[in-house]
Design a protein around this ligand. Structure first.
Ligand code: GLN
Length: 484
């Protein structure tokens, strides 16, 4: 395992050293490139954006030399999951379907980060189209967990998470539809934030489940995540579901929330059977520490949570089947040349371009939306979704914060679940409910298991209370002392 000390330091400090001229942006992107090269065996990166990153770094260094303001994130290298449209590289979403797809425009988040001076140095591996929890569904290669190369880094943002844990860049972007930022953050010992649905624009990110998809950062610490959220959040006219950001911002004046008197609910349904003993113990011992610090922690039951996984695996594939219908072999990506008519072109292009998991989701999604089954599955799932939202609302009337594990286990072995889709889906059992409810949720490292693998704590608050989540996370981070 490589050294896991955070030798980049805080993102704000990196940017201020660039602004003051002490460190050049070009030296920072070169550092990233060297580390990417040195850590190739972890297979976290799909493409490196050498030319564009060097050009941007030089621009920043020139601005500094001319005393112009190069921005809040001046010269800070970052890595984007390969489902973000970024100029200068193909966007593949790790699917054969999109090999060779050169995007004609950029994601709004990438534009915002670049406007603040940050530099995208590489695109990270993921489960194809973000379907999965291990990166084993990538059509290209499997990423490895930095703590044990025989284990998965989690997914679907596994490449992004492993890259940050390996310190290839100070932060990465991920997308979270049912846990894909939180679970890999947990498996790789990072802070991963899924903001409130709509707080960060989805424009220019390959769509998975449009009512669930959230964009967020994977970072070494909470402070960095708050700063990045400041830059990427807020209304965007290119995504009609976006909402205004907190007027006071997320990083400015961010202080650890006083633990004394904080009302915290430990989710009962997440502490039952099927959870790895060390994961449970780590959560219980964090609860003890919170109580010693004066927090009022009570066990809280959300009775509809046991239905969340089934509900998610109806709604998500339904939206997936609709979103993936645009890959028709005509407008985007892979097209089977030998087709002699349109029908055959659909069949051959989609048949070859999509992997097994995408096909499975298209079939399930189409089935649950079909006229005979809509009421039996899709409509029922929407009813359950409302029950879950109501359960969370009731809980947040009593507590400021809900906590629990992120996943039932720590990082599992490569190959141990990929032949059994249901076993893989079960690793999402603790993350999908927050996605269905659209509430902010995060994973914060709290301990390691007996094999030295990181364990994350999941934190959730009510919609638009992202700042509250960050300040609570900051307190727990300093209480446990577990950031990189
Ligand atoms: N593992 C979940 C799934 O396969 C979540 C994926 C995600 O959040 N993109 O659907």
């Amino acid at each position: 395992m490589p050294a896991m000390d955070n030798d980049w330091g805080l993102v704000a400090d990196i940017a201020s050293s660039v602004r003051s001229g002490r460190v050049s942006a070009i030296s920072l992107v070169n550092k990233s490139f060297e580390l990417i090269e040195k850590n190739k065996s972890y297979q976290t990166i799909i493409a490196v954006l050498k030319k564009e990153a060097v050009m941007r770094a030089k621009m920043i260094d020139r601005a500094v030399a001319k005393n112009e303001d190069p921005g809040l994130l001046a010269g800070v290298p970052f890595i984007a999951k390969d489902n973000f449209l970024v100029a200068g590289a193909d966007t593949t979403a790790a699917s054969n379907m999109l090999v060779g797809f050169n995007p004609p425009y950029q994601s709004s988040v990438i534009n915002r980060l670049e406007a603040a001076g940050a530099i995208c140095v590489a695109k990270a591996n993921l489960d194809a189209f973000a379907h999965g929890a291990s990166t084993e569904n990538s059509d290209f290669f499997v990423s490895k967990n930095p703590y044990d190369q025989n284990r998965v880094p989690g997914g679907s943002s596994g490449g992004s998470a492993a890259a940050v844990a390996l310190q290839l860049a100070p932060f990465a972007l991920g997308s979270d539809t049912g846990g894909s930022i939180r679970q890999p953050a947990s498996f790789c010992g990072l802070f991963g934030l899924k903001p409130t649905y709509g707080l960060v624009s989805r424009s220019g990110v390959v769509a998975m489940g449009s009512s669930l998809d959230c964009i967020g950062p994977l970072c070494s610490n909470v402070t960095d995540a708050a700063l990045i959220l400041d830059v990427i959040s807020g209304k965007d006219e290119l995504d009609s579901t976006t909402i205004d950001k907190d007027r006071s911002g997320y990083s400015k004046g961010l202080k650890p929330a006083p633990l004394k008197g904080m009302k915290i609910g430990l989710i009962k349904e997440y502490m039952g059977e099927g959870i790895q003993t060390e994961v449970k113990q780590a959560v219980v011992s964090t609860v003890d520490k919170l109580k010693k610090s004066g927090a009022i922690v009570s066990e809280i039951s959300l009775p509809s949570l046991p239905l969340a996984l089934a509900c998610y695996y109806i709604i998500c594939p339904a939206e997936v089947s609709s979103n993936l219908s645009r890959y028709d072999g005509v407008r985007y990506g892979f097209s089977a040349d030998e087709a002699t008519n349109l029908e055959e072109s659909y069949l051959l292009s989609r048949g070859r371009g999509f992997g097994m998991e995408a096909k499975r989701r298209i079939m399930i999604g189409t089935y649950v939306l079909s006229s005979g089954y809509y009421d039996a599955y899709y409509r029922k799932a929407q009813t359950v979704r409302t029950k879950i939202i109501n359960d969370f609302n009731r809980a947040f009337a009593d507590v400021d914060l809900l906590i629990g594990p992120v996943a039932p286990t720590t990082a599992f072995k490569i190959g141990s679940k990929n032949q059994d889709p249901l076993a893989m889906y079960l690793s999402d059992v603790m993350t999908v409910a927050a996605s269905l409810a659209g509430i902010p949720a995060a994973s914060l490292p709290i301990d390691k298991d007996n094999d030295g693998l990181p364990i994350g704590l999941q934190l959730m608050t009510s919609q638009r209370q992202d700042k509250r989540l960050l300040s609570a996370a900051l307190s727990i981070e300093s209480m446990t002392g577990y950031s990189l």
